[in-house]
Design a protein around this ligand. Structure first.
Ligand code: ZN
Ligand code: ZN
Length: 370
């Protein structure tokens, strides 16, 4: 079918919106009518080739909410008309050894993720577009997705909320619940207070952490952090962040820290403000070649200090998203305040530029936000 889609003619951020041809969905795929797709910094990195260089036109958008339009012959989870969110995390088969151990990321029966592989979209000049950041492209009127990437969205959950849950929120909140596993009363610090960092703060508050320390170089983000539940704010431009956190935690450092922004210096700082028996969870990252943690000495970990990481909040898609919808409904998490501005697909370039300037989460409204 023909539909409108946003793409970059070559690696970079010169996004254009044009008519493209979308192939029919394959057996395990659905065609989605995209309602909203929120912007994630991963989309920006992916368009620019920072998740890996690519040749030819590129497409992105992985925080998708929409309505199932048609289903491939082997799809069983949804039917046409179902409201869904669609994300990079896939629901595993549920029966293989990895799924039985709650490691859906390693499911033995899912196809590999399609980073930088040909997408089902072709430009009218015949060029095949590359999918730069997931198995679907949400900055388009329609997209095809494997059914494992879908989670049903309850009728009362607006599409734009579903979109925000689909990556940004779960990457922070999920990382805290599934990786940090804070006990009530333990201390927590997050470096980077964008959408992921603020969602991590919501997770820390939900888990009963005290204090909750927000660290960022932008005062506006620190103000937002307080609204989401931070008890203390630290701006590394104005003080020695490590010293400050050590002081707040009575000389110990935090039990749990989470890195929600890229930059290796930030990881060293966060490692140093984590207690000798604490744990640092890495979420934010940049190019692999810049991410060696060469400052760690074996003595640093002798007392039990740990470093681990989390991709997409380590969520199990169809277990965790229904819980998040319920928390949203009951006012236990605030997704509305994460959404900054709404843009139509035609103005996506502006939306991306605004995101780079610090907007928390911009929504590209395609079929409708509600
Ligand atoms: Zn994302
Ligand atoms: Zn499996």
């Amino acid at each position: 079918m023909r539909c409108k889609a946003a793409l970059v003619p070559k690696m970079g951020l010169d996004v254009v919106v044009e008519e493209v041809e979308l192939a029919e969905p394959e057996a395990y795929e659905v065609r989605l009518k995209v309602m909203t797709c929120t912007i994630c910094h991963s989309d920006i990195h992916a368009f620019k080739g920072e998740h890996g260089a690519y040749e030819g036109p590129g497409m992105a958008g992985h925080e998708i909410a929409g309505i199932v339009d048609i289903c491939g012959a082997k799809v069983t989870y949804v039917k046409p008309g179902d409201r869904v969110l669609c994300t990079e995390v896939r629901q595993g088969c549920g029966t293989c050894d990895q799924c039985l151990h709650d490691r859906h990321w390693f499911c033995e029966n899912l196809p590999p993720m399609t980073f930088r592989l040909p997408s089902p979209y072709t430009r009218l000049n015949g060029e095949v577009c590359i999918q730069t950041c997931s198995g679907a492209s949400g900055f388009a009127e329609y997209t095809n997705a494997h059914e494992a990437m879908l989670c049903k969205l309850d009728d009362d959950i607006p599409f734009e909320i579903g979109s925000a849950l689909a990556c940004g929120f779960m990457s922070g909140f999920g990382a805290v619940l599934n990786r940090c596993r804070i006990k009530p009363g333990e201390s927590f610090a997050v470096t980077g207070c964008g959408g992921v960092g603020l969602s991590a703060i919501m997770g820390a508050r939900f888990s009963g952490a005290i204090p909750i320390i927000a660290i960022d170089t932008m005062d506006s983000k620190l103000e937002a952090a307080v609204k989401f539940g931070a008890t203390h704010t630290v701006n590394p431009k104005k003080c020695d962040a490590v010293e400050e956190v050590i002081k707040i935690t009575r000389g110990y450092g935090v039990d749990h820290s989470l890195v929600a922004v890229a930059g290796n210096g930030i990881k060293k700082m966060t490692f140093d403000l984590t207690a000798g028996y604490g744990q640092m969870v890495i979420v934010g990252h940049e190019l692999k070649e810049n991410e060696w943690l060469d400052y760690i000495n074996a003595w640093d970990v002798l007392a039990g200090k740990r470093i681990t990481g989390s991709v997409m909040g380590a969520v199990t898609l169809r277990r965790d998203i229904p819980k998040y919808m319920d928390m949203y409904r009951r006012g236990l998490i605030d997704i509305d305040s994460l959404l900054t501005h709404r843009f139509p697909l035609e103005r996506i370039k502006e939306a991306l530029e605004d995101s780079m300037k610090g907007a928390l989460k911009n929504v590209v409204v395609i079929g409708g936000a509600k």
